[in-house]
Write a protein that binds this ligand. Structure first.
Ligand code: SF4
Length: 465
């Protein structure tokens, strides 16, 4: 008799469609996963999430060891006795089936597991759904089926096919005084670089021409997993912004980096931009320039030498576009702080600037700070920053008139024969656009060479060359 899995939540499962009508198409037999779920209800919910994902991908569940192509053991490590039970469960799964993936709390003690069971196929920690599912894919690859695969391989997208956001981490280790994101989303949790690169490959295969790398703090990517390296295409890639950017760049799409804090290692991205692997574009949310406001805001990478670094970046990458956002009216901000900010902006010559008036958010420390700035003063300061940035932007765009630039087409108007797109200096939604005439034969996703004919404060106007 087949031995049932201990703690299995599928041993009583009955399957819909057990009695199929005659003459139906015979589908290939899907791979089967056995699950041993130990520990508390939180672990059980994790097991449910993993199994829901695997079922949606066409995997079947096996109530016994013998029928499983791979056995997943979701462990508990809360007490020594729970650890021992987890190790016993792994041992039983190895003895009865042999192909075992371990996940859950004991994933933190991978060396203990490996020492006792060197044949375990993969070990991942609690809540690492993506990693567990990737390990199951490797152990028992899913069978592609047009009857099951309602979701395209690249996933469902809310953006147009030709550009895609690529999230590399969740959460944030900083505690800026105006922000509640760490409270809502927790500390930094970075994705594995190989999982990100696989996702990027799928997106590109499905038509993406531009990858927009996003996170709360892109420069901090991998800090939480100590920049661990994973195998990728016969080599190793570290969970580090520089390595990830380089590998993404090799995939052939435009790679645009958002939410980059100016830590020293951002300097290492410049050679990648100079080589053309990463777009000459940096989205750095400076938020202010005055040292006292930045201190009060508790901003990360609050480096007084940032202007010097911007100069040095531009020497290496002359067409580097920098976009940033600034908050005016933060509690305690004085007229001198605003004058400092305006002088700084004049010096920094940023390409794109978004300004915001400070808004108190429930739960953020800044909300209860003394010296809140009255709304009319906030408005005045906001207008000063916007007027200055509009002037700088207009001057910089004017200098592009007469030049040739690459433009990624976003939309074509068949009636007028015009098209709208973006240059390497423009991210979708937040930056300017390039408006083209005589471009009716183009289609969204095309990248074309454009002669710039005119410019205003935010946009360029031109014609395909
Ligand atoms: S504003 Fe500060 S705390 Fe909030 S997500 Fe950004 S870096 Fe983290």
């Amino acid at each position: 008799m087949n031995k049932h899995l201990r703690g299995s939540i599928f041993s009583q499962a009955s399957y819909i469609g057990a009695h199929l009508p005659m003459n139906v198409t015979t589908l290939p037999k899907p791979p089967r996963v056995g699950l041993v779920s130990l520990g508390c209800p939180k672990n059980l919910v994790d097991s449910e999430r993993i199994m829901t994902k695997l079922r949606a991908e066409g995997y079947d569940m096996s109530p016994d060891y013998a029928g499983a192509d791979v056995v997943l053991v979701n462990t508990c490590g809360f007490l020594d006795s729970a650890k021992e039970e987890s190790l016993e469960a792994i041992g039983e799964a190895i003895a009865e089936n042999g192909r075992v993936v371990v996940t859950g709390c004991m994933g933190k003690e991978a060396e203990v597991i490996r020492e006792r069971f060197p044949n375990v196929l993969a070990i991942t920690g609690a809540h690492q759904y993506e990693e567990v599912v990737a390990a199951v894919h490797e152990a028992a690859p899913p069978i592609p089926s047009p009857f099951i695969d309602l979701v395209p391989e690249a996933g469902l997208k809310l953006t147009p096919r030709h550009y895609s956001y690529l999230k590399i981490s969740e959460g944030c280790n900083h505690r800026c005084a105006f922000c509640i994101i760490p409270h809502l989303r927790g500390d930094l949790v970075s994705r594995r670089p190989d999982a990100i690169l696989r996702e990027a490959e799928k997106l590109i295969a499905a038509g993406t021409r531009e990858l927009l790398v996003i996170s709360q703090d892109t420069s901090a990517y991998g800090v939480d997993i100590r920049h661990k390296a994973w195998p990728w295409k016969g080599e190793e890639v570290r969970a580090h912004m520089t390595d990830l950017s380089r590998e993404l760049g090799k995939l052939g799409a435009w790679v645009r980096l958002h939410y980059v804090y100016p830590y020293p290692h951002v300097d290492n991205i410049m050679p990648l931009m100079a080589e053309g692997l990463v777009l000459p574009y940096l989205d750095i949310p400076f938020q202010h320039a005055s040292p006292s406001v930045l201190r009060a805001m508790r901003r990360p990478a609050n480096d007084a030498k940032v202007l010097q670094r911007i100069r040095s970046w531009r020497e290496q990458v002359p067409d580097l576009a920098i976009r940033s956002s600034f908050v005016v009216g933060f509690p305690g901000e004085t007229d001198e702080d605003v004058a400092y900010l305006l002088a700084w902006l004049e010096e920094a010559q940023l390409d794109r600037v978004g300004a915001f008036k400070f808004e108190p958010v429930e739960g953020a420390p800044a909300t209860s700070m003394d010296d809140q700035v009255p709304e009319d003063i906030k408005q005045e300061r906001f207008e000063k920053v916007m007027a200055l940035s509009a002037r700088i932007s207009a001057e910089k765009l004017q200098r592009k008139v007469g030049s040739m630039i690459d433009v990624l087409i976003d939309a074509v108007d068949e009636e007028t024969g015009g098209a709208t797109g973006r240059s390497k200096a423009d991210a979708p939604e937040i930056d300017g656009e390039v408006h083209l005439r005589d471009a009716g034969e183009l289609k969204p996703g095309d990248i074309v060479s454009v002669q710039v004919e005119d410019a205003d404060e935010h946009d360029l106007f031109g014609v395909p060359a």
